[in-house]
Design a protein around this ligand. Structure first.
Ligand SMILES: [Zn+2]
Ligand SMILES: [Zn+2]
Length: 241
C-alpha cells in the first residue's frame, strides 16, 4: 500500500453520504449497506406531476423550459416537502461540503448529461460550465462555495472548462421566499463579472437543486443578454413539485 493511502485510511474518516455512518475506504459508492439499498430504490420514485419515474419524467418548471426550449439535465428527485432521507445528499454538499458527495453527484450528473445530450444531438464538447456562485454570506458561514465545487467536479469528469461568471450579492435565502419573491430576489442578486467572455459561447449552467428555476432563469437571462449562444440548465436534483 502506498504511504499516502495509509495516511488517508488512518487519519481521514469516510462517511455514508445519506446517514453519516462510518464506512470503509473500499466501498465503491459512498453509502453504508442500508443506504445503498435506499439509493437503489430511489429510481422507483415517481414524479408527482406526470407519475413517470425519473428516467422518463420530462417535467420542468416553466422558467427553466423558457431558458432551453425544454432541454435541461437533472439526475434525481428532491423532495422538499417531506423528510426524505435522500435529501441528505444535498445537505452534505451544501453544509459540509463532503468530497464524497460532490464527487458522487458530479458522477450522476455526468451520466444523465451524456444521455440527454445524446437524445437531443448536442455535442457537450462545444459547451463550457458556469454556475450561480453562492452568496458571500453563505461562503463565510460554511467556508466554501458548494456550487463551484460541484461545477469543478463535473468539469473534471467531462473534461470541459468551468468558468466563474457570476457574483452573488444576495441577502435573502431563496428557500424562505415564495415563487414570485424568488425570481425578484434572484434577479437582483446575480451580476455577470466577466461579460466580454460570454459572447458566442455555449454554457451548461450548473446548480445543486432546481426548485422554481428562479436562480437558473436569472443567470441564464444574464448570459443570453451578454450574447451567449446557448444555455442548458444542469442540476443534481429537481424538486418533485
Ligand atoms: Zn447510510
Ligand atoms: Zn414528471
Amino acid at each position: 500500500m502506498k504511504l499516502s493511502e495509509i495516511i488517508k485510511r488512518t487519519f481521514i474518516t469516510r462517511k455514508c453520504i445519506i446517514c453519516g455512518e462510518l464506512i470503509s475506504y473500499d466501498e465503491k459508492e459512498p453509502f453504508c449497506e442500508k443506504c445503498s439499498e435506499l439509493w437503489e430504490n430511489q429510481v422507483n420514485i415517481k414524479c408527482k406531476r406526470c407519475s413517470y419515474d425519473r428516467e422518463y419524467c420530462m417535467c420542468l418548471p416553466d422558467k427553466v423550459k423558457s431558458i432551453s426550449h425544454g432541454v435541461a439535465v437533472w439526475s434525481v428527485f428532491y423532495d422538499s416537502s417531506s423528510k426524505n432521507q435522500m435529501n441528505n445528499i444535498v445537505y452534505t454538499i451544501k453544509r459540509q461540503g463532503y468530497r464524497d458527495s460532490i464527487d458522487f453527484c458530479a458522477g450522476e450528473i455526468k451520466k444523465r448529461l451524456l444521455y440527454i445530450c445524446n437524445l437531443h444531438n448536442i455535442d457537450p464538447s462545444e459547451y463550457e460550465i458556469t454556475y450561480p456562485s453562492r452568496k458571500r454570506s453563505g461562503i463565510s458561514k460554511y467556508g466554501f462555495d458548494h456550487v463551484k465545487r460541484l461545477a469543478n467536479a463535473l468539469s473534471a469528469k467531462l473534461g470541459i472548462k468551468s468558468v466563474r461568471l457570476f457574483a452573488n450579492s444576495g441577502k435573502d435565502d431563496q428557500k424562505d421566499l415564495d415563487k414570485r419573491e424568488r425570481l425578484k430576489n434572484a434577479q437582483k442578486s446575480y451580476k455577470i463579472i466577466n461579460a466580454q467572455y460570454v459572447s458566442g459561447k455555449k454554457f451548461f449552467l450548473v446548480d445543486d437543486v432546481m426548485t422554481t428555476g428562479a436562480t437558473l432563469y436569472a443567470c441564464a437571462k444574464l448570459l443570453y443578454e451578454n450574447g451567449a449562444a446557448d444555455v442548458i440548465p444542469v442540476t443534481y436534483a429537481k424538486d418533485n413539485f
